[in-house]
Design a protein around this ligand. Structure first.
Ligand code: ASP
Ligand code: MG
Length: 482
């Protein structure tokens, strides 16, 4: 059994969907295949825009809905022979009418709850999967379309629901065993809570749907089909010499995907990692490319660093003061204040003097974070035991990622040396004891230079370094002879 997940660009239009069909046919020659699909590229954003515009009592939401309907109808017209179109065209129209009714409700009430937004967003994946199913039907490719809400159960945390793995695993196994087929088509991203209300798994969550299904069915392989030929050593928009990473471990992939390499949705890795199912990243537009194979253990990598990643738009919050030294519970209160406001912490540093704690958060959350922490420590601030939170903006994180770093010394030395030589100031540093990731916070304006300098040092000058090393060795030998 192979699980193939196709992202938004892979199913963006009829031309691309035809490529998907060809890939699915290939897979079917050898394996039972489960296909999980995203919404057509850009549709989830349009659905969110429609919902939000409607909630502002702005009739312009109808335009977004029109665009959504037109794109899907056009895909059907291009994909399916004219004599077989009408059924699918009316199915698409029916779904679009349902969607319009929901948005009209939002418009009338001038209110958009997270629950309603989930139900609006679900139409993206429903429509794309139904259209692909119709295309396969028109080609006489026998398959079963399954509504993923029947398979995946979550809590009611609308917008970013938590999956009940046990319940979902049993549901997937039962459903598929009771309905044996060579090919299944399943919409990604959407699920259902215990009361039967539609939920979603978070933006980019179709990958996760595929991973949950792959794990439940003990698939041999999970393939993520996207529009790039794999994970790269650095963001190619920043580094022109960035290279595809052919083999990487789950851990490294997780570290890299948390940082900007938007190739795979981070939670995807966990369920398949637990089962040891390999993930292959493949390019729908260059299907013969090797891609990236993510497995338990990366094949021996001469380079101790597998990739460099970066995330922008972050802010550093510093809490400082003599009132923090040796006082237990300060960090607990700090993190509790942030978590109550649902603010995600990206990076944490505290020096052993305990005089300050520094946390990195997404820049748009900075003001809210400051308010929450200042309120929590209002007493200490009034007594001048701690200072009000200090915010710095326009910062980014760059991180070296690699499982082999723990077996090498001098990596951080080399990293900081390279940044220092190039006049890049480091604002904060974090490295977990697993040594899989060394993160530094620098000014966003320095990111391009920093990533290039590091890429050059860690990926492009290996040969140069070996040569220098040999010259050095020769010199020492000669000196000892003299
Ligand atoms: N369509 C959803 C999104 O755009 C889920 C996905 O594509 O993975 O976030
Ligand atoms: Mg995606």
């Amino acid at each position: 059994m192979h699980v193939l997940k196709f992202g938004g660009t892979s199913v963006a239009n009829a031309e691309n969907i035809n490529k998907v069909v060809a890939i699915v046919k290939q897979s079917l020659l050898k394996n039972k295949t489960i296909v999980v699909v995203s919404a057509l590229s850009g549709i989830t954003d349009l659905l969110i825009a429609a919902g939000k515009t409607a909630s502002l009592r702005n009739e312009a939401y109808k335009e977004s809905l029109k665009t959504i309907e037109t794109k899907h109808l056009q895909a059907v017209r291009e994909l399916i022979p004219i004599d077989r179109q009408s059924e699918t065209l009316s199915l698409v129209k029916k779904k679009c009418n349902e969607l319009e009714n929901i948005c009209e409700g939002v418009f009338l009430l001038a209110e958009l709850s997270a629950r309603t937004l989930d139900s609006i967003m679900s139409y993206g994946e429903l429509l794309s999967s139904l259209i692909i199913s119709a295309k396969l039907g028109s080609l006489q490719m026998s398959h079963l379309w399954i509504d993923s809400r029947e398979l995946i159960r979550t809590n009611s945390n609308f917008g970013n629901a938590i999956v009940d793995m046990d319940h979902s695993t049993t549901a997937i196994q039962n459903y598929l065993h009771q309905n044996p087929k060579q090919l299944y088509i399943i919409p990604g991203f959407i699920a259902m809570d215990a009361s039967g209300i539609t939920t979603t798994l978070g933006r980019g969550g179709s990958d996760f749907t595929a991973a949950i299904i792959a794990a439940a069915m003990d698939a041999e392989l999970l393939e993520i089909w996207t529009d790039v030929s794999g994970m790269m050593t650095a963001d190619p928009r920043l580094v022109s010499n960035a290279k595809i990473i052919p083999n990487i471990s789950y851990q490294e992939a997780m570290e890299l995907s948390h940082f900007g390499a938007k190739v795979i949705y981070p939670p995807t890795i966990q369920p398949v990692m637990n089962k040891g199912i390999p993930i292959r990243i493949k390019n729908t537009f260059a299907p013969d490319d090797y891609g990236t194979l993510i497995e338990r253990k990366a094949t021996e990598n001469k380079n101790s660093v597998s990739g460099i990643s970066s995330i922008g738009k972050m802010a550093l919050l510093s809490l400082e003061g003599t009132g923090m030294v040796g006082v237990p519970g300060i960090s607990k209160r700090l993190f509790e204040a942030l978590s109550t406001e649902k603010i995600n912490v990206i990076l944490i540093t505290q020096a052993s003097s305990e005089y300050s704690i520094c946390v990195g958060v997404d820049e748009p959350n900075a003001a809210k974070a400051k308010e929450a922490v200042d309120t929590e420590f209002a007493n200490e601030i009034a007594f001048k035991k701690v200072d009000p939170v200090y915010i710095e903006k326009d910062l980014s994180i760059i991180a070296l990622v690699g499982e082999n770093m723990k077996n090498h010394t001098g990596i951080s030395g080399k990293m900081f040396g390279a940044l220092g030589r190039n006049g890049i100031n480091i604002r904060a540093i974090a490295q977990g004891s697993s040594e899989k990731n060394i993160s530094t916070v620098i000014k966003t304006a320095d990111v391009k230079k920093a990533v290039n300098v590091l890429h050059e040092d860690f990926f492009e000058t290996v040969h140069k370094q070996v040569n220098l090393f040999l010259v050095d060795k020769l010199k020492t030998l000669m000196i000892s002879y003299i």
